[in-house]
Write a protein that binds this ligand. Structure first.
Ligand code: SAH
Length: 367
């Protein structure tokens, strides 16, 4: 469903829900679910070890479970994601997977291996209702929210590929997860928090990824940022700002018509104060739109002396958009102005452009 310019969709269309999966449940709920199936509660711990530590869902291979229990317990490990297409670049160290969900909805995830880390970029919704005009996902509108397990499964799939040595560089582990794929994570709050807990809970409760390695990126849903600060999960907050002034941000990030630059920055500073985590400000540099030196100055004044890091992203091309990345000299001038204000700034290495796997390019077209 495509959206009118500026239109926002907060409530996902009601749809049939994906099957319940072990990864949807807290340990206590897993024990209850296993008991409901007529099994001993400790089977939940065994099943969790298989799934979160050994990354397996094949009950036939779970030799510590009685043969008679395996089929029953398999009900907690339904297959949720079917790979439709895989594209790789950077010698195989960047890989984008298109997944089909049980109802035919399509989402994408991207694995990026660097010398010192592996980052999984995951989707949290099929489509997105936030309608940012420079983002391919935003153009398609919102299909539905993803379940906690559908989100976790993207990371488990990446972890499995790494453990099996399928990604060049030898066997490895997922060290970082960024909620920067399709969707607005804070518009699917409950399921996303569940997924974050499964990611950071120590094995066998979860995957045992450091909370510091998890980044939740948002257009700026102010009340949800406040709620996230209270979760006691020290994840990194990334704020997609893209303009320092309301006039421009109203058009680039339509949620700004609801919560203004000053309000969303206040929420970000409160998040930093509460969690002691540096907030990341995301700013896609768009030629002649938001890349003027005076805007760099304005941004510098707004964020200087805060617990912040500015991440500049050269705009990635998307179908139907007239916009393009800034000229190199304008990008350099923008960086210099921010540095002049003493603001830590980096230009993001945008991986995966060749496979439409870079920021803002995930559109999940089944072609
Ligand atoms: N909805 C969340 C999560 C998506 S993250 C959010 O907007 O933060 C994707 C990041 O890529 C966001 O910072 C987004 O603004 C940015 N982005 C979107 N389209 C882009 C494009 N064409 N080029 C570069 N960055 C883009």
């Amino acid at each position: 469903m495509s959206q009118q310019p500026g239109q926002l969709t907060f409530v996902a269309p009601r749809r049939a829900k994906p099957a319940r999966h072990l990864a949807d449940l807290s340990m206590a709920d897993r024990r209850a679910a296993v008991t409901e199936l007529g099994e001993k509660a400790f089977r939940a711990d065994q099943l969790s070890r298989h799934y979160f530590e050994r990354l397996t869902t094949d009950v036939a291979a779970m030799t510590d479970l009685p043969a008679a229990s395996r089929d029953k317990l398999a009900q907690l490990l339904p297959s949720l994601l079917t790979p439709v297409k895989e594209l790789t670049t950077d010698g195989g160290t960047t890989r984008k997977t298109l997944w089909k969900l049980f109802d035919g909805a399509l989402v994408e995830s991207v694995l990026m291996r660097y010398p010192d880390r592996v980052t999984m970029c995951v989707s949290s919704q099929a489509g997105c209702g936030m309608n940012c005009p420079f983002c391919a996902t935003g153009q398609a509108g919102l299909t539905r929210n993803m379940s906690t397990a559908e989100i976790v499964e993207q990371v488990v799939a990446g972890a499995r590929a790494l453990a099996a040595g399928e990604v060049p560089g030898g066997p490895g582990r997922v060290s970082n997860v960024v909620f920067m794929g399709m969707g607005e994570p804070l518009a699917n709050y409950k399921q996303v928090i569940g997924a974050v807990r499964r990611l950071v809970d120590p094995a066998p409760h979860g995957l045992g990824i450091s909370a510091r390695g998890v980044t939740v990126s948002t257009v700026g849903l102010v009340p949800a940022i406040g709620k996230l600060a209270e979760e006691g999960l020290p994840v990194t907050l990334a704020l997609s700002l893209h303009a320092p002034d309301d006039e421009l941000r109203d058009t680039l990030v339509p949620i700004n018509t609801r919560w203004k630059v000053s309000e969303v920055l206040d929420a970000a500073w409160a998040y930093a104060a509460k969690t002691k985590r540096r907030v990341s400000i995301e700013y896609a540099l768009i030629k002649d739109i938001n890349d003027q030196e005076w805007r760099a100055d304005l941004l510098g004044k707004l964020v200087r002396n805060k617990l912040v890091h500015v991440n500049l992203i050269p705009l990635n091309p998307t179908p139907g958009s007239k916009w393009t990345a800034s000229r190199p000299e304008d990008e350099r001038a923008f960086v210099r102005r921010l540095e002049f204000h003493g603001v830590p700034v980096t230009v993001r290495d945008t991986r995966g452009r060749e496979i439409d796997g870079a920021c803002g390019q995930l559109a999940a077209a089944d072609v």
